[in-house]
Design a protein around this ligand. Structure first.
Ligand code: AMO
Length: 434
């Protein structure tokens, strides 16, 4: 008999059906026992009255997978208004090993380390699973909106010959006797691919050897990258990034409604037009508001990001604010300087509820500018950049792009303290398993 899912049961009242899933909870009362069965779509109540079936159920702990054949019966108090009666139960595995938490409680009561140590089972909790359903919907929205804007999806190498972001946090590895690195970003390849498709995007893992333990850094995270050609300046890139955020939020609303309800998520406010403020103006505003002298800061500290996030919310009713014009010296080598403001660049960050979510900007596109910049930054051997520099020598249009950290996005969206709470299997200074 073909298996059906818990959400399909109500269409089969009076029929004999086959369901299967995990034992979410057993309630062994005196006269009757209940088996709450969990599948990917929800819960099914199974009523056990017969002695031998009850004895069988008593020996099957929570999380054991079982198959049940029984009759669908209307019952108003059961999940979905139906339950299964007269069941025949078959265990599909050995009885499950106990875990240090109850998955049937509305919230998983365990510390973060316990949850992460037991992630393969903890992730089955409906609220934890909902986090990753929302993440999947966000990525679906990212893909859909970029496809609609004629971006082409690419897949670039994750083992590379050059550091792209900064030499400091790169994982080195032995590549058949030669030095190589785990890709810190698809930056160089996505730029090269603008020369092929004009507009490209990528969803993939990137690697950062983050030397410190913070609540917002992972050693491996999911980067949502885009890059586009023939831009006027970084403002075109900001417009595309803004549209992408809107697409991600729309994707989540369309595909993850029940998960948003389960987690009681307050969806962020994204105004129709992006809120954009210059880096120098941010420092000036913070200086005025706090009395701090921060006019020479090369970057925004986390406290400054929180401040500007609060400002955007108060002044513009927006959960998002773009900061443009970061000092060139503090950005990656490919950053396009702002010809109108010496020392400042056409790079931007997008701050979401007070945390940096996106970096992006216009890139340089002339070969000689790259050689000069890389040399000035102390790169004596440019051979590691040879393919990239070849592209720059062969007619690259003015271009720019941006990258989101998916886990950062999820952390702010769901308002959690630690990025690990929204990461499937976090990798950090201490954690390599599970
Ligand atoms: P950047 O290094 O700023 O820029 O990274 C882009 C975004 O990725 C996220 N992020 C991280 N998330 C979790 N753990 C980390 N260790 C971590 N590091 C970064 C942040 C950040 O805003 N090539 C450029 C992007 C571009 O210009 O297109 C880049 O990688 O959300």
């Amino acid at each position: 008999m073909q298996r059906i899912l818990s959400t399909q049961l109500s269409a089969h009242v009076g029929e004999t059906v086959h369901v299967a899933g995990w034992i979410h909870r057993r309630r062994l009362l005196k006269s009757v026992a209940f088996l709450i069965l969990r599948d990917a779509t929800g819960l099914t109540q199974v009523v056990v009255s017969e002695e031998t079936v009850r004895a069988q159920l008593e020996a099957l702990p929570e999380e054991t997978t079982v198959s049940v054949v029984g009759t669908v019966t209307a019952e108003r108090s059961a999940p979905g208004g139906v339950e299964i009666t007269s069941p025949v139960i078959e265990a599909l595995t050995d009885p499950a090993q106990p875990v240090p938490f109850d998955l049937y409680r509305p919230d998983l009561r365990a510390s973060l380390p316990t949850m992460l140590d037991h992630a393969p089972v903890a992730l089955r909790h409906p609220k934890l699973a909902a986090v990753h359903r929302i993440g999947a919907a966000a990525v679906g929205g990212f893909r859909a909106v970029l496809e609609a804007m004629s971006f082409v999806e690419i897949h670039t190498p994750k083992i590379v010959g050059a550091a792209t972001e900064s030499g400091a946090n790169v994982f080195r590895l032995d590549y058949f006797g030669r030095p190589a690195y785990l890709a810190q970003s698809p930056q160089l390849y996505k730029q090269i691919m603008v020369g092929v498709f004009e507009r490209v995007y990528e969803v993939g893992p990137v690697f950062r050897a983050e030397p410190s333990d913070t609540a917002r850094h992972l050693a491996s995270y999911t980067s949502l990258d885009a890059e586009m050609g023939f831009v006027e300046d970084h403002r075109d890139v900001i417009a595309a990034c803004h549209a992408t955020v809107a697409g991600m939020l729309a994707g989540i609303r369309a595909a993850a409604g029940p998960s948003l309800d389960l987690l009681d998520v307050t969806m962020p406010v994204l105004p129709e037009n992006p809120v954009v403020v210059h880096f120098s103006d941010v420092l000036e505003m913070i200086g005025k508001a706090t009395g701090e002298d921060i006019t020479d800061e090369p970057d925004l500290a986390p406290a400054h990001e929180r401040w500007i996030g609060g400002w955007a919310s108060r002044e513009h009713g927006s959960d998002f604010v773009f900061v443009e014009g970061y000092p060139t010296a503090h950005r990656a080598f490919y950053t396009h300087p702002d010809p109108a403001r010496p020392g400042h660049s056409r790079a931007f960050d997008l701050i979401f509820r007070g945390l940096e979510l996106v970096s992006g900007g216009q890139r340089m596109h002339r070969h000689d500018d790259y050689v000069r910049t890389l040399t000035a930054r102390g790169e004596s051997d440019l051979s590691a950049y040879s393919g990239y520099l070849d592209a720059m020598r062969s007619g690259m249009p003015p271009h720019g792009g941006f990258a989101f950290g998916l886990e950062r996005f999820m952390a702010r969206l769901l308002d959690v303290q630690n990025i690990r709470q929204v990461t499937l299997f976090p990798r950090d200074l201490h954690r390599l398993a599970p």
